[in-house]
Design a protein around this ligand. Sequence first.
Ligand SMILES: [Zn+2]
Length: 277
Amino acid sequence: MTEPFISLHNSFYTIKDWTDQDPELAAGFTTKLGGVSSGDFHSLNLGFHVKDKSEDVCANRRLAGDLLDFPVENWVAAEQTHGSRIVQVSTLDRGKGALNYEEGYRGTDGFYTDEKGVLLTLGFADCVPLYFYSKNRDRIGIAHAGWKGTVSGIGREMIKAWQKDGIDAEDILAVIGPSICSQCYIVDERVIREVRPWVHPSETPPFQPVPGKSSEYHLSLQQLNESILLQSGLKKEQIQTTSLCTSCSSEFFSHRRDQGRTGRMMSFIGWKENATS
Ligand SMILES: [Zn+2]
């Protein structure tokens, strides 16, 4: 399978197919490179809630806004809680949480919009970013799926919300973004118990026991999310999955690898307002 993300700048990756088709669209994932933060947050930390200096985070966010050609005043952001609450936003919501954590959406792990000029953003360090795009170009969305969000079905919730508004599953494209790979991600039985109900008996499970350990497993959150999207009505050809691992690659912050003392990358999707197409 071809890699959906390409790097045009060392500070971020872009979803190639979507942005090629739709020049007004900004969609991708930042790296940890090219910012002003220091120490554990060196250097492009975009998360406010990780004990970095908030003036550094604001500077990094402004920098990212310039690089993405999407001013930070037009972003929306959330206090993410590993749940499955998804919110529809519009240009009226621009700026919420962009430069101030407290003003972001409380308890929210997904956004979607039908409008131009608003950048949907969420923070990541190993969890899975899910991107959604209507082929008819009338809606875009983004979700944060760690293991808890994944098993609470946030991917399915997004598709259900769009279907309610008359968008058919066959018109929805999805991309599964940079996140911790199964080789790096070991979980215990408590997690696997929540995963099992999503696994169809005929498919290869997204987890494998760790050799020599009785209750530890390698879990592929990418495969699990893909399976949930398939169960929600998408076809395989509508889903692209990255091979970029946030823990394997030193260009990313990784909560696991860095033992919790680390920054956050940002997933983003939005239509630019005044782009020439
Ligand atoms: Zn890895």
